[in-house]
Write a protein that binds this ligand. Sequence first.
Ligand code: UDX
Length: 456
Amino acid sequence: MFKIAVAGTGYVGLVAGVCFAEVGHHVTCVDMDERKVNTMKAGVSPIYETGLEELMQKNDKLGRIHYTTDYRTAYRDADAIFIGVGTPEQPDGSADLSYIATVARQIAESVEKDCLVVVKSTVPVGTNDKVEQFIQDFLIHDVKIEVASNPEFLAQGSAVYDTLHAERIIIGTESKWAEEILTQIYEPFHLPIVSVNRRSAEMIKYASNDFLALKISYMNDIANLCELVGADIQDVAKGMSYDERIGSKFLNAGIGFGGSCFPKDTKALDYMARQHGYELKTVKAAIDVNKEQKTLLYKKASSRLITFHGLKVAVLGLTFKPGTDDLRESASLENVPLLLDQGAEIFAYDPVGAENFSKVFPEGKNRKGTIIYVSDIEQALDGANVCFIFTEWGEIKAVTPERYMQLMKTPLVYDGRNIYSIKDMQEAGVEYHSIGRKPTIREGLKETKTLELQNT
Ligand code: UDX
């Protein structure tokens, strides 16, 4: 078993560290945030991720995982140091590599024995060559250092499962020595290993993520056309999915992709291509479609209602997807300010994301409207004039069409995740607008309630 240090305890670093400990390695997780380190030492996960805290506590008891801010001690005699720090997007779309550079410098100053440095963070192709050179330049002790690329494909919400049951492990190395160490580290996982050179590994990460982003944007594009020509995107996706070359996953149309990866990685690859004088037209299209898609529900509702001023608006779901408290690039972040600017009185519900959201949009009077966070979906719907669904949480899917009828003042629902069947909503009497499907127009609502809405 190996002595492993992990730099950064975000989704990538912490999950990797805990999973390495779980298969028997001795792991030290390093983070410069002392408060975060103390939280982890107490067995508490700083991120919401199914199963993570249990594994942290289990491996802590077994003495296989430690947390520290003291990088020197952690890196000094490590066999391998995994870097899992963030590479946030800069205003021009490029990746900010300053955290990687800081860690590389710390590694160079600390290592006292031969060590493999493994970059898990998503970095532009060619970065790891530079990281290796950088570490060599600043090395204090006469030791052998090599940098390998080992991109991460975990999805938030299922990060631990995805790591322990990954479909493939990509290792990008430039020597047999590095390849062997990484292969041995991953051996206890019993997963397929794809061994390539460093630059190919870096590119595999972008090419995979951007392909999935493209798949989603393609379906959203087709969904918008479905609405115009009277087709149903869910039936279309079902029909497509039987073709194994297309596959059945990531065909769900909606209000666009969010999260920490797809938006950032599409822009970074587009930027990288431009840097090389190449225009990556497909990825650019995925970005453009996604941008439009994010506010589609708001645009649909705006054309239906004269104003949101004074209307009680139920917002169900704030996170970029279920199973996480992460709000990064979520549709709610774009739609809520538009509604507030129109004077809406928002009642927002999310099982775990409300606290983070309230840091961006504090409760009470906000812009020209108000926002109240409720812990009960029915409280959000009670007396509401219009409801927006941004995230397909199980709790939200469990609300029956009849409950919208019973609770809302005007049963007008805009669903960005296509969670209901058109037939069920129609039979219940709800006016229901979704993505890529025919809306159900409630005649009574159209004639009387619209007036009521507009006069509120
Ligand atoms: C993604 C990749 O799945 C993962 O492999 C990579 O390492 C990081 O990026 P993540 O961002 O956690 O993971 O979430 P994912 O489940 O892939 O969803 C991303 C976004 O796409 C969400 O906003 C989701 O709602 C949206 N999505 C996904 C769709 O709109 N339609 C789909 O069919 C699938």
